[in-house]
Design a protein around this ligand. Structure first.
Ligand SMILES: *Cc1c(COP(=O)(O)O)cnc(C)c1O
Length: 417
């Protein structure tokens, strides 16, 4: 970054500081990861200088000799990896990708069904504060209080009563396997388009560690930067039937020119995700999460749904007598980065909820094995207890131990350690 350091030393300094922070901390936010050097290099290329509104072979600007090939490679790799007929790799991120889906299938005021945000769903699945909940009529399903799992019979009853045109399955704080076949049956019954939003689990699906929505969902929406370990971006995949509607909705419906440097980096990430190493990675993410869940449960932590099938754990801290935000901030001081999160049926406010959400994608990218999960659970337990008792010395001690483990497992893509 010699040029950046000369042109803008303030920004250069902050980038280096962020790199050091990512090297030194145990990053447990389940939507985050470390991309490879190759993905980073693709992101920082001159492809970003080029405008290419349209699609390969049908552009509104000349000079697409290389860009068309880049986008075609990304499209073909996406179709193959996720076994879907069609792929659009242009959405700027997960939220605009979902908005494009509304544009493709709904008129303002039409009904959309998704999982409620406080139950683990995403804002863009028709939740009130999002445009998707104010321009469309959102009806929401949740999870059962006793099991922490979605009861598909209740989803069916709601769908039959409300007749949504669009149904979203998937979410941001769902620790259990999504039953794509079950949702598809309900969507067929009510004549709705089924969208599987696999933003969180796309890498697990690509690596064979979560069932695939292919053959069940009409549309698959995903970010590329979570478990898939690519650049910040998104993709919409679909059956052949809906290909035109999806493409028209993304461009010209919602967006202008695609971010070609991101498209290139998506292509690279998809190539990586098709490899045998990535299958090993995806399975290890799940093994690590399951092991961490068991170790936390053994220390008296209350896990929503009792554990996990995937990469994430949702922890209700009510029984530990520490609010989620207090715990998250104490963990941050200990070099363990999580986010505070509502738990289903939370009695506290969304900005000061009862839980924290943690996940294993980033630590698994560093090669940290399942055998280290007991230590990680022990640190979380120590820090949550210290947050309650105000024992800052205990928190400082954990921070040093965290740093030692991070030094032993350098993260991919970083030039510091
Ligand atoms: C992260 C996420 C999104 C949104 O992605 P952004 O890139 O943050 O806009 C959409 N849906 C789900 C389920 C997500 O987890």
């Amino acid at each position: 970054m010699s040029h950046l350091a000369v042109t803008d030393p303030e920004i250069a300094r902050l980038v280096v500081a962020e790199e050091q922070l990512q090297a030194d901390t145990l990053r447990l936010i389940p939507s985050e990861n470390y991309v490879s050097h190759a993905v980073l290099e693709a992101t920082g290329t001159v492809l970003q200088n080029k405008y290419s509104e349209g699609y390969p072979g049908k552009r509104y600007y000349e000079g697409q000799q290389n860009i068309d090939q880049v986008e075609t490679l990304a499209i073909e790799r996406a179709k193959t990896l996720f076994a879907m007929d069609h792929a659009n790799v242009q959405p700027y991120s997960g939220s605009p990708a979902n908005l494009a889906v509304y544009l493709a299938f709904l008129q303002p005021g039409d009904t959309v069904m998704g999982m409620a945000l406080p139950m683990g769903g995403h804002l863009t699945h028709g939740w009130g504060v999002s445009a998707t909940g104010s321009w469309f009529r959102g009806v929401q399903y949740g999870v059962e209080q006793a099991t922490g799992r979605t009861d598909l019979d209740k989803v069916r009853d709601l769908a039959l009563a409300e007749r949504p045109k669009l149904i979203f399955c998937g979410g941001t704080a769902v620790p259990r396997t999504i039953d794509f076949a079950g949702f598809a049956e309900i969507a067929r019954e009510v004549g709705a388009v089924l969208v599987a939003d696999v933003a969180h689990i796309a890498g697990l699906i690509a690596g064979g560690a979560h069932p695939s929505p292919a053959g069940h969902a009409d549309v698959v929406s995903t970010t590329t930067h979570k478990t898939l370990r690519g650049p910040r971006g998104a993709m919409l995949l679909s059956t052949a039937e809906h290909a035109k509607a999806i493409d028209r909705a993304v461009f010209p419906g919602l967006q202008g020119g695609p971010h070609n440097h991101t498209t290139a980096a998506i292509a690279v990430a998809l190539k990586e995700a098709a490899g045998e190493d990535f299958r090993v990675y995806a399975r290890q993410v799940v093994t690590n999460a399951r092991t961490l869940g068991e170790e936390l449960a053994a220390r008296g932590f209350d896990l929503v749904s009792g554990g996990t099938d995937n990469h994430l754990l949702l922890i209700d801290l009510t029984g530990k007598d520490v609010p989620g935000k207090v715990a998250a901030k104490a963990l941050d001081r200990a070099g363990i980065v999580v986010n505070y999160n509502t738990v289903p049926y939370d009695t506290r406010k969304p900005f000061d909820p009862s839980g924290i959400r943690i996940g294993t994608p980033a630590l698994t990218s560093r090669g940290i094995p399942a055998s280290a999960m007991a230590t990680v659970a022990e640190w979380i337990d120590l820090v949550v207890t210290a947050a309650r008792t105000g024992d800052e010395a205990a928190i400082t001690k954990v921070r040093a131990d965290v740093k030692a483990l991070m030094d032993a497992y350098p993260a991919p893509g970083l030039s510091v350690r």
